[in-house]
Design a binder for this molecule. Structure first.
Ligand SMILES: *[C@@H]1O[C@H](CO)[C@@H](O)[C@H](O)[C@H]1NC(C)=O
Length: 298
């Protein structure tokens, strides 16, 4: 059922880039001699290694997986940060990716969610995309404190992984990022941190900004990453970061799906250009290739 969701989506079966690389490696190993099989194994090993080393980049998936391997986390020596990234995700893309990269698990976009969704509010340093993380492990997440915000959070900051409890994402975001963000007086406790995310969601309505520029979910029409960037910048006056996920079609051609858009804030929570020194305003998007903004599955 999950596979068939995607079939017909672009007129063919699409798989995430890493998955298709793995499948390819397996085919080679099967159809040639033992030596080639060995070669295939090396390829698979490299694919796995590449997957592991890129977990941090793949934020949506990586966030969850990394949380399950806290022991691997390198404890940061300094908890300082320079700015805060407010990340919103397009739920359809996140679920397409998650279902295909982790077929045993499920991800669903409830019909109540027809907008972009908050992923998180992440303290970050100028010299790198993210971090610090886990600044105070004794500050335990308390779901009770969020009860007044829960109706709003469940629609604007939803957990799309249906096998996990609703609060799983919030707990993860608070423990990993909130305990660092709490150095700022505006984000100094759970209610303030999640309340700030909800307020930013209101102020930085990505769905509306894209729509105003004629960029609406479509199967048939792709968009240029620059046009997506310009639509958000035009609406809010600051340069965002635009993230795409790469999938492979049957002919190994790359298909780019719009996944996340980040708005950056200074430590007084004024919106600023996302201008990380060593990074681009785009991640995973190929400039010149169409980027698809998939509509909700029927
Ligand atoms: C960490 O959290 C605990 C529990 O909320 C608090 O008592 C402690 O002061 C915090 N430590 C720091 C360094 O903020």
């Amino acid at each position: 059922m999950r596979e068939s969701d995607l079939r017909g989506y672009f007129g063919e079966d699409v798989v995430p880039e890493k998955e298709s690389v793995r499948r390819r490696a397996k085919e080679i190993a099967r159809s040639y001699s033992l030596i080639l099989a060995l070669f295939g194994l090396i390829l698979i090993f490299l694919a796995v290694w590449a997957t592991l080393t890129s977990l941090e980049d793949e934020k949506f998936r990586g966030e969850v997986i990394v949380s399950e391997f806290n022991v691997l986390q390198v404890v940061e020596k300094t908890k300082n940060f320079d700015y805060v990234i407010f990340t919103q995700l397009w739920p359809e893309t996140s679920c397409i990716h998650y279902r295909h990269s982790t077929p045993a698990r499920d991800c669903r976009v409830p019909s109540t969610i027809q907008q972009w969704a908050v992923h998180g509010l992440w303290p970050s340093v100028d010299s790198g995309p993210l971090g610090p993380f886990y600044c105070n492990r004794s500050d335990k997440f308390d779901m009770k404190l969020l009860e007044p915000l829960e109706p709003e959070l469940s629609v604007r900051w939803p957990n799309l992984f249906v096998e996990t409890e609703e609060g799983t994402l919030w707990e993860h975001e608070w423990t990993k990022h909130g305990t660092c963000a709490m150095q700022l007086s505006e984000l100094s406790d759970e209610v303030k941190y999640f309340g700030a995310g909800l307020k930013m969601w209101d102020q930085f309505n990505i769905f509306g900004a894209l729509k105003q520029a004629g960029i609406e979910p479509s199967l048939k029409k792709g968009y240029q990453a620059h046009d997506i960037f310009n639509a958000v910048k035009g609406a809010f006056g600051v340069s965002p970061r635009v993230e795409c996920l790469i999938f492979h079609g049957k002919q190994m051609q790359k298909i780019f799906l719009l996944n996340q858009i980040e708005i950056c804030f200074d430590k007084s929570l004024n919106a600023i250009d996302c201008a990380p020194k060593s990074q681009s305003f785009f991640e995973g998007c190929s400039l010149g290739s169409p980027v698809f903004y998939p509509p909700p599955f029927p």
